[in-house]
Ligand binder design. Structure first.
Ligand code: NAP
Length: 253
């Protein structure tokens, strides 16, 4: 009898690490990784990989049945919530166990000056009334447009890749760069542009956390977009906990 099939909803550091760990350990699982297909030429995880949306809950249910998937681990990004809701509904309907693997969120530390916002509309309103003058946006390129109305603010916009066309900001410096960014580089960036406010989202993890440390040191205010609501499912924050869940909750026989 062939090993049971585990579907990993990935596209994140955690998704790659889990596939790697399963390939390296003696666990009797075959892995089917799934990537959304947003990145051109993505790095492929260990194991079989499919790329592209499933076609909503219905499409995911069909795949679970056709492939005989025995467990699903949702390791998508903390801000990729649609996939999480679809996975919860599809797994409940197909009777397939589901685990959420999600890195822990960042928490404010002594010396931080954070304001939590639920969405970018709230962040725009806050920037307008707080009198911010020089603002670093560390967001995705599809998230920029709401900020372009703030024509009295000088923005520094840092992105992995530049949007084409660029939203029409009255004052903006564009920086196209891919992390990780170290503390020295983040200090230099805040100093060079005299940044008074940083806008980012609560992704968690270490790859992009140096900006928060630099902001703390420099007394820069942080508008932190908090994570969207998720369905209540079993949740862990590390790969080793995910392996333990697989071993303990799902019979591989
Ligand atoms: N949002 C972020 O800030 C962020 C950051 C880094 C990486 N990512 C990664 O980029 C992907 C897309 O992000 P998003 O914010 O657009 O997600 P989303 O809003 O949760 O998902 C939108 C749609 O994309 C498809 N999809 C998402 N993740 C998928 C996966 N792993 N495999 C197959 N289809 C998937 C699904 O399409 P169907 O309805 O057709 O099934 C889903 O309904 C995610 O896998 C996420 O891990 C996102």
């Amino acid at each position: 009898m062939s090993a049971p099939l585990l579907l990993i909803l990935g596209g994140t550091t955690e998704g790659y690490a889990l596939a790697e760990a399963l390939a390296e350990c003696a666990a009797p699982w075959r892995v089917l990784n799934s990537l959304a297909g947003r990145t051109e030429n993505p790095r492929l995880p260990r194991g079989e990989t499919r790329i592209g949306g499933f076609g909503g809950v219905e499409g995911l249910c069909a795949l679970l049945g056709e492939r005989g998937v025995r467990a699903v681990i949702d390791a998508t990004h903390p801000f990729a919530s649609t996939m999480g809701w679809n996975a919860a509904v599809a797994c409940a309907s197909a009777g397939v166990p589901l685990l959420r693997l999600e890195r822990a969120p960042w928490r404010p530390q002594p010396g931080d000056n954070w304001v939590s916002v639920a969405d970018w509309g709230e962040a725009v309103a806050e920037l307008r009334q707080s009198g911010a003058r020089r603002v670093l946006l560390a967001l995705g390129r599809q998230e920029l447009a709401p900020f372009a109305v703030l024509d009295r603010i000088a923005f520094v916009i840092r992105l992995v890749s530049a949007p084409e066309p660029r939203p029409a900001f009255a004052q903006a410096d564009w920086i196209v760069d891919r992390g990780p960014f170290d503390l020295a580089a983040e200090r230099t960036l805040l100093d060079r542009y005299s940044i008074d406010t940083l806008v980012c989202k609560n992704s968690g993890g270490t790859a992009t956390s140096a900006k928060l440390e630099a902001a703390r040191e420099r007394g820069v205010r942080v508008l932190m977009r908090e994570r969207p609501a998720r369905p209540s499912t079993d949740t862990v924050s590390t790969v080793s906990e995910a392996l333990a869940w697989l071993a303990g909750h799902v019979s591989a026989a």
